[in-house]
Design a protein around this ligand. Structure first.
Ligand code: SAM
Length: 249
């Protein structure tokens, strides 16, 4: 939980932040925002029209990480303009399904408009919170997310609900911003820093512990470049982009 600001206040502020980005159709979260280089390999970046590929507010590539298989049902937490959903839809094919969940109506409108333009039939976008997913128990084979869980004021509830939404043996593959140590209170209490994917970043050990507490096994966190064991070389408190995988037993 956030230490001072009420959870609803954080959600409202974060939603306003992303509604503004959707309205402006900005290509990124702004000059002071999170690591916005989504780092997709070329064949993924070119798999959709450039304006859709460029509307990426993520911090990594959960698509490659997830090793999606034809026929799988995928849930994307905080689907934004829909890029990861469209890329996932190509991987799971006509027998598979992708459900993007987002709390910001302006983002959902953008994603649905993009889906109509692309003519994809195996993607749908549902309005909801990642803390209470509009998804049935065990509906998902895979849960992906790109730079969103850090924005939640109640991450233990996100982990519990993702666990509920996954089938037994299902998996998560997430890109997210984490820290190595606790951020200073002034940063944690800054609404601008929340919207920019910084203030809500969890300490990496708390991230691992939170997933394990929810019941996940085989929890693995890596930086984009190297194993978490190399973290001692990073400056304390510096938020960085990590890739996170885990499995429901
Ligand atoms: C940093 S953007 C990432 C969007 C997308 N994943 C991408 O890579 O482009 C965060 C998105 O998550 C949504 N979001 C943030 N907190 C959320 C929450 N608690 N529940 C549902 N959606 C949320 C925002 O509306 C926004 O669309």
């Amino acid at each position: 939980m956030s230490d001072v600001i009420a959870p609803d206040e954080i959600r409202t502020s974060v939603r306003e932040h992303y509604a503004g980005i959707a309205r402006k159709a900005s290509s990124c979260c702004g000059p002071s925002a999170c690591d916005c280089n989504a780092n997709y390999p070329d064949q993924l970046a070119h798999a959709v029209p450039a304006d859709i590929a460029n509307f990426s507010l993520g911090c990594g590539d959960p698509i490659t990480l997830a090793s999606l298989q034809p026929g799988e049902t995928v849930v994307d937490l905080g689907s934004g303009g829909g890029l990861d959903c469209f890329l996932a839809a190509q991987r799971v094919g006509a027998r598979g399904r992708v459900i993007g969940v987002d709390m910001t109506p302006e983002m959902l409108a953008k994603a649905r408009g993009n889906a109509a333009r692309l003519g994809v039939t195996n993607v749908e976008f549902r309005e909801g919170f990642i803390e209470h997913l509009p998804v049935a128990d065990g509906e998902a084979d895979v849960v992906i997310s790109n730079c969103v869980i850090n924005l939640s004021p109640d991450k233990p509830q996100v982990f519990r609900d993702v666990y509920r939404a996954l089938r037994a043996g299902g998996r998560i593959a997430v890109s997210d911003i984490v820290t190595n140590g606790e951020l200073p209170p002034a940063v944690r209490q800054s609404m601008a820093a929340w919207g920019a994917c910084v203030a809500g970043a969890l300490d990496v050990q708390d991230y691992i512990g939170g997933l394990q507490a929810a019941g996940f096994v085989a929890v693995k966190v890596e930086t984009k470049e190297k194993l978490i064991a190399g973290l001692s070389r990073l400056p304390m408190h510096a938020p960085f982009s990590a890739i996170i995988t885990a499995r429901k037993p």
